[in-house]
Design a protein around this ligand. Sequence first.
Ligand SMILES: NC(=O)C1=CN([C@@H]2O[C@H](COP(=O)(O)OP(=O)(O)OC[C@H]3O[C@@H](n4cnc5c(N)ncnc54)[C@H](OP(=O)(O)O)[C@@H]3O)[C@@H](O)[C@H]2O)C=CC1
Ligand SMILES: Nc1nc(=O)c2c([nH]1)NC[C@@H]1CN(c3ccc(C(=O)N[C@@H](CCC(=O)O)C(=O)O)cc3)C=[N+]21
Length: 280
Amino acid sequence: MSARIIDGKAVAAELRARVAARVATLPFAPGLRVVRVGDDPASGVYVRNKDRAAQGAGLNSATMQMPADTSEAALLATVARLNADPEVDGILVQLPLPPQIDALKVLAAIDPAKDVDGFHAMNAGLLATGQRGLVPCTPKGVMHLLAAAGAALPGARAVVVGRSNIVGKPMAALLLAADATVTVVHSRTRDLAAECRRAEILVAAVGRAGMVRGDWVAEGATVIDVGINRLPDGRLAGDVDFAAVRQHAGAITPVPGGVGPMTIACLLENTVEAAIARRG
Ligand SMILES: NC(=O)C1=CN([C@@H]2O[C@H](COP(=O)(O)OP(=O)(O)OC[C@H]3O[C@@H](n4cnc5c(N)ncnc54)[C@H](OP(=O)(O)O)[C@@H]3O)[C@@H](O)[C@H]2O)C=CC1
Ligand SMILES: Nc1nc(=O)c2c([nH]1)NC[C@@H]1CN(c3ccc(C(=O)N[C@@H](CCC(=O)O)C(=O)O)cc3)C=[N+]21
């Protein structure tokens, strides 16, 4: 069997169009500010794509570039300024941050109502307790892709590989909220392959190119590859060995063109949600 490809580019384009249509009905342009400290190359791709998408959807969007040696105090002052700016509905501080800056401290300083990344402990807590808040873009995008693929979640065995605060944990919370039976596996898991083989829904968010092998995947499983890894030759690769896994899965996302474009579309969606919630 050769799995159906879940076209993240197409699903993201539809979502961006829905967001743009909603923005067009508003009497103001929702404001988004992305703060980038230094020039981490992985963030570069994201910031470029995001700028284009945000302008296309009619948002008032700008990227603020700060030097790599920016102090924590200076970044906190920038966040405070954006918190106080009534034109700004969404604030995203690009991760990773340079070593002199405590990322958790910066995330905690963002007004939770403007936290379009959904990384503030307030929003993480709302998600964990089944309440409405701003949901992290990447796992939110994965849920859109699962819906587009027609995946049946209630009662399904879902396995999430990775337990980061930005992908793995919120992914598990969203799948649980959708009534899946969720297992989270990580670097201390005894038998990764065996856990993955039990999955009807498998989400890989590890950061290791091609780690999920063909024989880790059950026949017909839906496989979502969150990984964005830069290979030595410059190409992007996911966390899933795409060619091998494709022979077993029922549906699979490619990299690029899978989860990445959804992350950006969900950032726009979150910005509009935050704007409407805040401005009434
Ligand atoms: N498509 C998109 O929009 C986005 C893609 N990404 C990509 O997703 C991937 C994951 O990102 P992120 O969650 O931030 O990464 P982190 O490095 O924060 O977390 C990686 C997770 O994978 C686990 N892990 C690492 N090595 C292994 C291993 N050998 N076996 C099992 N588990 C392992 C770690 O386990 P432990 O906790 O035990 O250390 C950790 O929980 C990256 O490729 C990143 O680039 C990230 C954000 C957005
Ligand atoms: N505060 C914060 N929030 C984030 O959400 C965040 C972050 N920091 N830091 C970096 C990671 C990474 N990330 C990506 C999102 C989209 C693509 C993306 O658009 N990928 C496309 C194109 C890739 C290409 O063509 O090079 C694709 O996969 O098809 C990539 C990477 C968000 N992140």
